[in-house]
Ligand binder design. Structure first.
Ligand SMILES: Nc1ncnc2c1ncn2[C@@H]1O[C@H](COP(=O)(O)OP(=O)(O)OP(=O)(O)O)[C@@H](O)[C@H]1O
Length: 494
């Protein structure tokens, strides 16, 4: 057994987050860890990687009991936590990142850069990605950064990898490459703890699955012993029959019009309209221009040319503040950059875009602020011990809900949502889809940018597909299929 955990319990400020958990990892196994937002998955992962110490229970790693519970000890024992790109220093080269903190020495004094580069090159080759060790991490794509994070783990001679939502920001092609790499690790006898909300991945790559619910282990079994429906029932504790609410057709007036909009190198000559009551989906492969388009509409980036009309009146934003004042809300795909203030409490993060409305004599009306924020907490079922809690202590999925909640509190009229359900569990997703429908039924407009094709097809009235900065296809809800979207996004059709 590579990893053996028995009777693990953990509380934060008196709130039990993990309760008597048993978990194990065998050589050559990918063991999925799933559950709703806040179920305790990341906390368990942090216990394995030594970032937290259990209140009760014990861990045995590669046959040795863990005593210190520190990241350095767990690294020495063969564990590596692969945090997407966040553990890398963008300004440093690949080789410097791979050996950061473990640089090979020459005469005990000087860094042996030649050895460092040679070793980096060898590891990258073995991973099937022959990047130059001198390349700066900031110049790499998301999946290349991922490979560097894995190379770093391998350089530390790890045989247990903990991956927390590793495919969340990867394209389809990048995901396939990661899975090939994981299969290689299995063949070497390495073990992987794999946390995901994408349930189809469990059947594709995982051998066993453990479901957590409210900090308790509900079941551990072979992945092929469960159907997706049963898995969801175990996670949620009830049957979840319909994910998407029925679509109503938009009948409203034109809300937004984008005309001949260009911002190179992101996109060119973009034209589209959005109506009251409409959910417009926009999709494309990584680099197709969808992210830049959202930023330009929200005033975060200036267009080179083109016009935007709001209720048929031309508008030109100098700052996002002007967009917010006009009723625009924008959920950025990157949670770190998104305008969440990690050291502020949940209340303030939810009301930050609406403070102008709840000011009186230059003072924030606290009771009004709390009232509005609590509505959003209830509507989105945000799991927080106390809304006065700093948002950094919320689980990832619950932070994502706060990003959306901010625009509910602001009572926005246009929602630009870029990957809005990233990191959100399946039950919360279905509740969120109902909420989005309620908003458009009130006459609001919504642009949903998503790489999840089933989400687009289930949720949107119309879908635009972008390829290399241009809109290459447009389809109604009835015309949409995964095949057509994929073909258009790859430039095969249109
Ligand atoms: N350092 C901390 N201090 C206080 N509470 C914490 C801390 N870390 C986690 N929690 C709480 O523990 C609970 C479990 O969080 P955890 O991040 O493990 O959930 P998760 O299953 O990974 O959720 P998600 O799917 O949203 O990522 C949450 O209620 C969270 O707010």
């Amino acid at each position: 057994m590579l990893l053996h955990m028995r009777g693990i319990s953990k509380s934060f400020y008196g709130v039990q987050v993990l309760d008597n958990i048993d978990f194990e990892l065998r050589p050559g196994e990918v063991h999925a860890l799933v559950g709703e937002n806040g179920a305790g998955k990341s906390t368990l992962a942090k216990l394995i990687s030594g970032a937290h110490r259990p209140d009760d229970g014990y861990l045995v790693v590669n046959g040795k009991p863990v005593s210190l519970y520190s990241p350095i000890e767990s690294q020495r024992m063969g564990i590596s936590m692969i945090y997407q790109e966040s553990c890398l220093v963008p300004e440093m080269s690949i080789a410097e990142n791979v050996f950061l903190g473990t640089e090979p020495r020459w005469l005990r004094m000087f860094t042996n850069t030649v050895k460092m580069k040679r070793e980096t090159k060898r590891i990258l080759r073995s991973l099937g990605m022959p990047l130059h060790p001198n390349t700066k991490v900031k110049d790499l794509s998301m999946s290349e950064r991922h490979v560097v994070a894995i190379a770093k783990a391998l350089s530390q001679k790890a045989n247990i990898f903990v991956m927390d939502e590793p495919t969340a920001s990867l394209s389809d092609a990048e995901r396939i490459r990661l899975f090939a790499m994981i299969r290689g690790f299995k063949a070497e006898g390495f073990g992987i703890v794999y946390i995901t909300h994408r349930l189809n991945e469990i059947f594709e790559i995982c051998d066993r699955v453990t479901v957590l619910r409210d900090g308790k282990r509900v079941v551990t079994c072979k992945a092929n012993e469960l159907t997706e429906r049963e898995l969801v029932r175990q996670m949620v504790g009830r049957e979840l029959t319909q994910i998407f609410p029925p679509l109503s057709s938009p009948t409203g007036n034109e809300l937004l019009r984008v005309e001949n909009m260009t911002r190179k190198p992101w996109f060119e000559k973009i034209d589209f309209r959005l109506h009251e009551g409409e959910i417009l989906g926009i999709t494309g492969l990584v680099g197709s221009g969808t992210e830049g388009l959202a930023k330009v509409i929200f005033g975060e980036m200036k267009p080179e040319s083109g016009k935007v009309f709001w209720h048929k009146e031309p508008i030109q934003f100098k700052t996002p503040r002007q967009a917010i004042d006009l009723g625009f809300g924008y959920v950025n795909r990157d949670r770190i950059e998104s305008g969440l203030f990690m050291d502020m409490n949940v209340y303030r993060n939810l009301t930050i875009a609406s403070l102008k409305k709840i000011h009186r004599f230059h003072m924030v009306q606290e009771s009004q602020e709390h009232d509005k924020a609590l509505d959003a907490i209830i509507q989105l079922d945000i799991k927080t011990r106390d809304p006065e809690q700093e948002i950094k202590f919320l689980s990832g999925g619950n932070q994502q809900k706060v990003m959306l909640g901010k625009w509910l509190v602001a009572e926005s009229d246009l929602y630009i949502l870029d990957e809005p359900t990233r990191g959100i569990d399946v039950a919360s997703k279905s509740e969120l889809y109902v909420l989005l429908h309620e908003l458009v039924n009130e006459g609001k407009g919504m642009i949903v940018i998503s790489s999840d094709m089933s989400e687009l097809i289930g949720l949107c009235n119309r879908i635009l597909v972008m390829h290399e900065g241009r809109i290459v296809d447009e389809m109604t809800h009835g015309e949409a299929s995964q095949e057509r979207i994929l073909q258009s996004a790859s430039g095969i059709r249109g």
